[in-house]
Design a binder for this molecule. Structure first.
Ligand code: ADP
Ligand code: ZN
Length: 299
């Protein structure tokens, strides 16, 4: 056996638009392939070709799969590791875990992309060492991973934070763009929502523009609700929208105490700058999270 093989871990971050396959140890990514997410057959064929080539070079010890949801994450369910009903064409009912296991027999861990990113941030990033935290990504969609007592939250299915319907900013009549709910939080602040509600594409709107006020309010509502329901020690917010509009962090932090009406007083004193922050791993929380799932599958 190759001397490096004992800690040779692979990860798959299966996203709605792209899929990243990585090889690594701990938080170090040593090889990376990125491909478009198309049909399940085509995407998984390309993923497996990459993994099998790596495995042939030196055996993989374990694989972690960080997948878009909804997905069955309960290991005792008959359809464990299967994508559930999704609007993404062709993917409903895809048994992702089974399809990977058919080709490679090493231990395989699977969870949502956001739970995996949460685990990566807890182990190596902005929530390092904490027991209770939330990871939110705001990009093409909005998703949330939850860590409770150092474990990713599962339960009936897994949290679907993106579809929370929260109190709207006074006077804001934007109907939202979620095909299921209209003005759920994903339908209000993810990329497609910003394109629909702002007068110009988000990249062209000045950070000081008043049109960001309602967006910041909606984000603050989400933060306040997460604080009230989950009592996280940190709320890490990543994704393409937040990384490109970092002014939203401060705008939202300023609104949160008003929404809480001074309730959770001690939390305010904890300084919202520490409580609500960008990812420590930048864009790599997802792929590193897949490696953490692989390491957990070994344990
Ligand atoms: P994905 O969610 O598909 O993994 P990203 O996290 O990179 O991808 O986010 C992509 C989203 O970011 C798109 O919906 C896009 O509209 C949005 N976006 C791109 N540029 C900007 C920008 N300058 N400001 C705000 N949103 C942006
Ligand atoms: Zn929704």
């Amino acid at each position: 056996m190759n001397p490096g093989a004992s800690n040779r871990l692979a990860g798959i971050e299966l996203g709605g638009t792209k899929c990243i396959v990585v090889l690594g140890e701990g938080e170090q990514i040593t090889a990376r392939e990125s491909l478009a997410t198309t049909s399940p057959a085509e995407t998984l064929r390309q993923v497996m070709a990459t993994l099998e080539a790596w495995h042939d070079a030196a055996p993989l010890q374990a694989i972690g799969i960080a997948s878009f949801g909804p997905i069955r994450v309960n290991p005792s369910a008959a359809d464990y590791g299967t994508i559930l009903d999704t609007p993404k064409p062709g993917w409903s009912g895809t048994p992702v875990l089974e399809l990977v296991r058919e080709k490679l027999s090493c231990p395989i861990g699977i969870d949502t992309d956001v739970n995996a990113a949460m685990l990566a941030e807890q182990k190596y990033g902005a929530a390092r060492g904490l027991s209770n935290a939330v990871y939110i990504t705001i990009g093409t969609g909005l998703g949330g991973g939850v860590l409770i007592g150092e474990q990713p939250a599962h339960g009936l299915m897994h949290p679907e934070i993106g579809h929370l319907r929260l109190r709207r900013a006074p006077g804001d009549k934007f109907p939202g763009v979620c095909p299921f709910h209209g003005d759920c939080i994903e339908g209000l602040v993810a990329g497609p929502a910003l394109h629909a509600r702002l007068p110009v594409p988000p990249a062209e709107l000045e950070p000081t523009a008043k049109e960001w006020d309602a967006v910041a309010h909606d984000l603050a509502e989400l933060i306040a609700h997460l604080m009230l329901t989950l009592s996280p020690e940190r709320i890490v917010i990543g994704g393409g929208v937040m990384s490109r509009q970092p002014h939203l962090f401060d705008r939202a932090r300023k609104i949160v105490p008003h929404l809480l009406s001074d309730y959770l007083g001690p939390v305010e004193r904890l300084r919202l700058e520490d409580l609500v922050c960008p990812p420590g791993l930048g864009n790599d929380s997802g792929p590193v999270g897949a490696l953490v799932l692989a390491a957990r599958a070994v344990d």
